[in-house]
Design a protein around this ligand. Structure first.
Ligand code: BES
Ligand code: MN
Ligand code: ZN
Length: 542
């Protein structure tokens, strides 16, 4: 299948243009884990946690106590005066007046002491990092002295510091290169101050969090990039280029970019049907990671609609404005794969990212058309806006052909899922073992999933309600649209273990930043999918 290509075909390179200014945020901040006293640490700011205990603010952990002691008896009065409550979500900045070595103290609320979880710490760290004023160096002394909490704090700090990059102006005609963005004068040094800083397990947890958060940021960058700058060809190029960026471990990932001619030869009628209305050709990115010590094989599949206008079943204008984000599933799957390689997890991973743009034109697919998919099944199209399931059908069938132990598919698939669960919770469908595996992973990462059913009657309807094709894509019944979509995908996994993650809500935060989640693209799913693969690795090593 496809040509083995480290990079996409000639003529593809260089077309990405200014998109890279959005997609690639230079890592200018350094993160270190250190055993040091927050009172004696010299930085622009120091962060401590504050619990709310019996309605009173109480400095959290050894770090909090130490800072409080350095302030002496005035500390309680300072907290009262600044109306510090220790409530979750609170961040208060106070000048230290020389009481500790750093000039600014940031007090971050952690809620009740007994109720602190790693998700509390992750969110508090994210809030802290967005409340540093103009500090360029910070020492973070949140209560984190074990593997789990160190990982959460590192993750929250790294995740919360993401800022959407403005699009750089396109180069003027004839210019050699386009203008560089102004030098970044933001946060340069983050030191996490922890008692377990010298323990190997804590150092490793710290590094793991940074690797995963780094790749989640890459996914965010792709999702935030406008569709005029990032079509299927450009996205495929960037997905392939990621292999040679970052650490050498990423080169363990083999990349193939399947072009539209090859997709035609392969019979990928779903991907080609969706792409047929666009001036931009489709691509399929396939990543292969085969560590020597692997005994399990996981396939990842991600929806990559670089823009979803709805096609002939066109969306109302207001629903279209955020549809550059409709490739979030593919961004998640690809970013997660590189993270798995970078962590050297002993599980084989094969990842499929079908990339297409859903547009309107004289060559667009019509409601009523019948498409023939990669596995030979025919599909009657009823709604061109239900395009995700069409590109995923080809990719899932290819994944199933490899007979992996599990298929994990992720997609911004249905608005109905957002109606059901809101913007912060993903829908979770599939077979028990894989679904339970995702739930176990999510319990570690703090990402929220809620299981939804695929009723037998829905599967029946999908298989029987078309009179001219094997499967009916959509039935124009408003109710249960997310389950219909999931049931349609189920027709292509060939009875294998699988999970479908409908991330239409949580992939994009249309409001302000909260916890460690930025406004805009969230990178939702990268952390949980990587943790899922890590848990598969642990289980397979006995
Ligand atoms: N990309 C959309 C789903 C979506 C909606 C993602 C809102 C993020 C936010 C998907 O392709 C779509 O249009 N789904 C349709 C399905 C319907 C035709 C059954 C929808 O949700 O309306
Ligand atoms: Mn759509
Ligand atoms: Zn879509």
């Amino acid at each position: 299948m496809g040509r083995k290509l480290a990079q996409p075909a000639d003529g593809v390179r260089g077309t990405a243009g200014p998109s890279s200014a959005v997609a690639r945020v230079a890592a200018v901040t350094s993160y270190t884990l250190r055993k040091a006293s927050p009172a004696k640490t010299r930085a622009d700011a120091v962060v401590i946690g504050v619990h709310a205990t019996d309605g009173k603010p109480v400095p959290a952990g050894d770090g909090g106590e130490e800072v409080a002691k350095a302030f002496g008896r005035s500390f309680g009065a300072l907290l009262a005066r600044m109306k510090v409550t220790g409530g979750l979500g609170e961040a208060v900045r106070v000048p230290t007046g020389g009481a500790i070595a750093s000039p600014v103290l940031v007090l971050v609320g952690l809620g009740e002491a007994g109720a602190t979880t790693s998700e509390t710490l992750r969110r508090a760290a994210g809030i802290a990092v967005r409340n540093l004023g103009n500090a360029s160096s910070v020492g973070v002394a949140l209560p984190a002295d074990d593997v789990e909490s160190v990982r959460a704090v590192a993750d929250g700090l790294r995740s919360g510091s993401y800022a959407v990059q403005r699009v750089a102006p396109a180069p003027a005609k004839g210019a050699k290169s386009h203008r560089r963005a102004a030098a970044d004068d933001g946060l340069a040094e983050v030191a996490v101050l922890s008692d377990c800083a010298r323990q190997q397990a804590c150092r490793q947890a710290f590094e793991t969090a940074l690797v995963v958060a780094d790749l989640a940021d890459v996914a965010r960058g792709w999702v935030n990039t406008p569709a005029n700058l990032l079509g299927p060809v450009e996205l495929a190029t960037q997905m392939a280029d990621l292999r040679s960026e970052g650490t050498k471990a990423r080169r363990a990932v083999e990349v193939e970019v399947v072009d539209d001619d090859e997709l035609r030869r392969l019979g990928c009628g779903g991907i080609l049907g969706v792409a047929s209305g666009s001036a931009r050709p489709a691509r399929l990115v396939r990543l292969t990671y085969r560590p020597k010590d692997a005994t399990r094989h996981v396939a990842l599949v991600g929806k990559g609609i670089t823009y979803d206008s709805g096609g002939l079943t066109i969306k109302p204008g207001s629903s279209m404005t955020t549809m550059k984000t409709d490739m979030a599933g593919s961004a998640t799957a690809v970013a997660a794969t590189y993270a798995v390689a970078e962590l050297g997890l002993p599980v084989a991973v094969t990842t499929f990212a079908p990339l297409a743009e859903n547009m309107v034109s004289g060559s667009a697919m019509r409601p009523g058309d019948v498409l023939s998919m990669y596995d030979g099944q025919t599909v009657e199209v009823q709604n061109t806006d239900a395009e995700g399931r069409l590109v995923l059908a080809d990719a899932l069938a290819m994944a199933a052909e490899l007979e992996p132990d599990a298929i994990v598919e992720m997609s911004t698939l249905t608005g109905a899922c957002v109606v059901a669960l809101g913007e912060r919770i993903a829908g979770l469908f599939g077979e028990d073992a894989t679904v339970n595996g995702i739930e176990r992973a999510a319990a570690v990462t703090g990402e929220l999933f809620w299981r939804l059913p695929i009723p037998e009657s829905t599967l029946d309807a999908i298989r029987t309600e078309s009179t001219i094709a094997d499967l009916l894509q959509h039935n124009w019944v408003r109710w249960g649209a997310s389950s219909w979509a999931a049931g349609f995908l189920a027709q292509f996994v060939k009875g294998r273990e699988w999970a479908h993650l409908d991330i239409a809500g949580p992939a994009y935060n249309s409001g302000a930043a909260w916890g460690h989640t930025p406004s805009g693209a969230t990178g939702f799913g990268v952390r949980t999918v990587v943790e899922y693969v890590a848990q598969v690795a642990d289980a397979s090593q006995g």
